[in-house]
Ligand binder design. Sequence first.
Ligand code: AVJ
Length: 320
Amino acid sequence: MDALVQALADPDFRRDVLAGLAAPIRAIPARWLYDRRGSELFEAITRLPEYYLTRTETALLERRCPDVARIAGPGQAVVEFGSGASVKTRILLAAAAASAYVPIDISGDFLRDAAASLGEDFPGLAVHPIEADFTRPIELPEALDALPRFGFFPGSTIGNMIPATGVDLLRAMRRTLGTGAWLFIGFDRVKDPAELLEAYDDRAGVTAEFNLNLLLRINRELDGDIPVEAFRHRAIWNEKLSRIEMHLQVARDIGFAVSGRHFTMSAGETIHTENSHKYGERDARTLLLAGGWTPVEEWTDEAARFALVLARAEPERSAP
Ligand code: AVJ
């Protein structure tokens, strides 16, 4: 049985978990939070009263997509990076008179289902799903060669990356979309740390369950015996790095095994599981410029909790 579990385990998951648990500062990449259960829990998070992000961004999209459509013009090939959140895509497409829609995601099944249902709801829209890792430049289908390009990256997903990785991603998007393309991107704003902490440590404990689910996943998929009940969810505001961090903190000294390797942790130690960077008005612009995108227009809600920025890949200039 153990041998079977081991043989079926995702080798990338095992590599990341073993390396992350052995590191001096223990950390596991946030992407592994999103197994089936993790994705369900994240959906539940988006409906929590404390988690203002999704609600605020969706209302902003409803209100501002007509402006965006006017600025960018009709006939765009809308390229969505890490699709799946098709609610937001529908708001954009309903306002935009786009010619084509290109959802890019690493998870193929989900991608094809979402693409099929969108194709039905927007007849006349050419849908070209691409199963790929969008952190690297992607060759778009030839059928789109003549169309203007419009990248869509909502959800403050950019906030999951440290700025250096975010800039690499923005540059890869520029390579994928080409000079002259638009990028429409969501940023969560810096705000009162108390409000941020509530959003990442809700009263109902859904975010805690989302975080702790990673340990259950490790035990199940990597033949682990981590005592999950010894861990607690922690959300921390890191002022210097302008980000919320999620950690799993152990309450007592423990020893456990994962994939036949043994680990120990002392009371109070943590495993870092996610970052969610928050950007001020100028921070967001600087990040975009560093990634090769010139901000053109931006919109926020009345409380300036969340921002949508429309940027453009202008021709690169070497002087002055
Ligand atoms: C999906 C990365 C935007 O950082 O706010 C929510 C993930 N983690 N609550 C975020 C998340 C804990 C979310 N993103």
